[in-house]
Design a protein around this ligand. Structure first.
Ligand SMILES: Nc1nc2c(ncn2[C@@H]2O[C@H](COP(=O)(O)OP(=O)(O)OP(=O)(O)O)[C@@H](O)[C@H]2O)c(=O)[nH]1
Ligand SMILES: [Zn+2]
Length: 184
């Protein structure tokens, strides 16, 4: 990441809104924000394949569900946070991944400028590409600050996105099992 560019940009925004960039509280703000973006937009520089390539063999291919994975992402239109829960289910095809790797995969795609729909699809596609299960289903429930603290101002409004791949496609029975297991 180009930290110097971020520092310059933040300084310009502060000047733009009429702040005194030399006052004590703001002196280090450009640098703090540059360091913060390394963290909250750092997913751009990571590869989900790294996390999903460490696999374990299984004899039974029962559905695995990891639910209520908290995430924070950034809306690409306003650069404001959207955050909530991701639920992931997959039906293995002989191999599974460590449970923490499911949440690590979510982090890779959440920590960048996003659209909720794209985040949902990228998680599902990463599973299909790197783990090659029989199928995967991803659901995200999120609140977008661009909808709550500004603009239309509808606090509490939740955006829900769902996507399926493989055996979950057009399979009402499997999809209903997923919804039942995540309690929706
Ligand atoms: N589909 C989708 N839309 C999003 C997401 N995050 C934010 N948006 C929307 O992106 C749209 C951008 O619309 P614009 O009209 O270009 O921007 P705006 O004038 O700030 O829009 P308002 O929010 O309606 O004030 C808004 O409707 C946001 O609610 C997302 O993850 N998915
Ligand atoms: Zn937005």
């Amino acid at each position: 990441m180009d930290q110097e560019k971020i520092r310059e940009g933040v300084k310009l925004i502060l000047e733009g809104i009429g702040e005194d960039t030399e006052r004590e509280g703001l002196l280090e703000t450009p640098d703090r924000i540059a360091r913060m973006y390394e963290e909250i937009a750092g997913g751009m520089y990571e590869d989900a394949g790294v996390h999903l390539s460490k696999r374990f063999h299984v004899d039974n291919n029962e559905m695995v569900v990891e639910k209520d994975i908290t995430f924070y992402s950034l809306c690409e239109h306003h650069m404001l946070p959207f955050y909530g829960k991701v639920h992931v289910a997959y039906v293995p095809d002989g191999t599974v991944v460590g449970l923490s790797k499911i949440a690590r995969t979510v982090e890779v795609f959440a920590r960048r400028l996003q659209l909720q729909e794209r985040l949902t699809a990228q998680i599902a596609d990463a599973f299909m590409e790197h783990l090659a299960p029989q199928g995967v289903m991803v659901m995200i429930e999120a609140e977008h600050l661009c909808m709550t603290m500004r603009g239309i101002k509808k606090p509490g409004a939740q955006t829900v996105t769902v996507t399926t791949r493989g055996v979950f496609d057009n399979n009402e029975k499997l999809q209903n099992t997923f919804y039942r297991m995540i309690g929706r």
